[in-house]
Ligand binder design. Structure first.
Ligand code: ACO
Length: 430
């Protein structure tokens, strides 16, 4: 009968130790018993970029990157995208179970009741330059919410937490829409609690002087599905930031501002904007082979390709490709789709990409849809943040209710100077 243990021999000392294996993992702390002398600190693991370190136990999202599987609370992403609204999925991600009809109704009403942002937010928004990047503005406005809701710092009070979760779900689309309107110099449109989540967002974005904004149902549904596809993705860079900041017991607004900052980077959520810039640079299908050559020679990356976890087709990219067709029937075809499809075809057959298991990720097609819907590229990552909101909040809540968690504080392998004495400025060399 095999035992669920791992025996390690430290060849520096010849001493062996046996450590338990639970759920396929050993506890890094168990390695500390490996010492070369009694005053040795003990063995640590060195894992830059967390390539093989689990920082938590989680019950929210499952990914099998080799098989291209993504499930929220056990439900396959394609089934959720097909059958649910974003708020239904947000409920699932946050509560662990799909809501009943009455729970969903109550939940939707509660979120709709929290869509108005504090008055002071508008004054803060006016202080930003019109050409400021929307992600920088969004992160700042979310951090600013902390100043209006000081009770939010009681993060161990589940009732207080629940109110902040509802506020963030309700207010993030409003902040995003205000950010967008500000960047265009347009007057702000307040939220309308009688509309669905995506319709209300589209109304706050596009409403002009008409008394009632009628969102195109295909576009509203496409946006809702895009939010679902982005709702959570286990321990990605921004979620790790959310958990890391949250572990200090900072309030959820300050914590989420950090997650939004992490999402803004071009290697993470910012990639959807970069894909569009790349397609602009490529310009036409004739130029693809030369561009692919540049990628292969290391001059640039193929944005929207590759993933730390997926070594197969990103299941979200497959669903997005389908939505693109529906959106284009309303908006007309985005000519960039032809470049993207041709680029994907070439890349998927090219040995460089095949060998490295580089496939299109969620960002490869999302930007093309957003652009067809009328969004400017610099707002794409803001749309990603609206979807990821549910996952960030669920992961934050899971962190705070997990007795195994403490403040996140990694170790380092120190390679700097040993102790040395101070040198007065006049005696220092050039
Ligand atoms: N284009 C060209 N080559 C790539 C790409 C790419 N997009 N991605 C990875 N590679 C190559 C690397 O150069 C490396 O090659 P090497 O073995 O010859 O050195 C190999 O593939 C492995 O790549 P890593 O950088 O080690 O993979 P890592 O897991 O660290 O990075 C990441 C993952 C950041 C997503 C990377 O694939 C990338 O930069 N992609 C482009 C940006 C992007 O689309 N990001 C969005 C990710 S999805 C999201 O966050 C929502």
């Amino acid at each position: 009968m095999p035992e669920d243990t791992l025996t390690i021999t430290d060849n520096r000392t010849g001493i062996s130790c046996t450590v338990p294996v639970k759920n396929g993992a050993i506890r890094a702390m168990d390695l500390r018993q490996l010492k070369t002398s009694p005053d040795d600190f003990g063995m640590v693991t060195y894992d830059p970029a967390f390539m093989n370190t689990a920082s938590c136990e989680s019950r929210i999202t499952f990914i099998d990157g080799d098989k291209g599987i993504l499930q929220y609370r056990g439900y396959p992403i394609d089934q959720l995208a097909e059958n649910c609204t974003y708020l239904e999925v947000a409920y699932l991600v946050l509560h662990g179970e799909l809501p009943t009809e009455s729970q969903l109704h109550g939940w939707t009403q509660e979120v709709a009741g929290q869509t108005a942002v504090p008055e002071g937010i508008e004054r803060i928004l006016q202080g930003f330059r019109q050409d400021a990047h929307p992600m920088s503005v969004l992160a700042s406005l979310v951090a600013a919410l902390s100043t209006f809701y000081p009770e939010a710092k009681n993060v161990h009070d589940s009732a207080v937490r629940r109110v902040q979760i509802l506020r963030l779900l309700g207010q993030l689309p409003t902040l995003a829409a205000y950010t967008y309107r500000h960047s265009l110099g347009l007057p702000l449109v307040p939220p309308d609690a009688s509309l669905t989540y995506p319709e209300n967002f589209l109304s706050m974005l596009w409403k002009k002087s008409e008394p009632y904004f009628q969102a195109n149902p295909v576009l509203a549904r496409a946006l809702d599905v895009l939010f679902i596809l982005h709702a959570d993705h286990e321990q990605n860079c921004s979620t790790n930031a959310m958990r890391s900041i949250g572990s200090s017991l900072a309030d959820p607004y300050m914590t989420m501002a950090g997650a939004i900052a992490a999402l803004s980077g071009p290697l993470h959520g910012g990639a959807n904007e970069e894909v569009l810039k790349m397609l602009d640079v490529i310009g036409s299908t004739d130029h693809i082979p030369a561009y692919v050559q540049k990628v292969k020679s290391g001059e640039c990356k193929l944005m929207g390709f590759g993933h730390r976890v997926y070594k197969n087709y990103d299941p979200r990219a497959r669903i997005i490709k389908r939505i693109a067709e529906q959106v284009f029937e309303v908006t007309g075809r985005n000519p960039k789709l032809d470049i993207a499809l041709a680029l994907e075809k070439i890349a998927l057959e090219d040995e460089y990409f095949v060998k490295r298991k580089l496939y299109p990720n969620v960002d490869f097609y999302s930007g093309i849809i957003y652009q067809a819907m009328g969004f400017q590229p610099d707002i794409f990552t803001v749309l990603f943040a609206i979807g990821r909101n549910a996952g960030w909040l669920a992961q934050w809540q899971e962190l705070l209710t997990d007795p195994a968690q403490k403040i996140a504080r990694p170790r380092q392998v120190f390679l700097g100077h040993a102790r040395r004495d101070f040198v007065p400025i006049g005696q220092r060399g050039a």
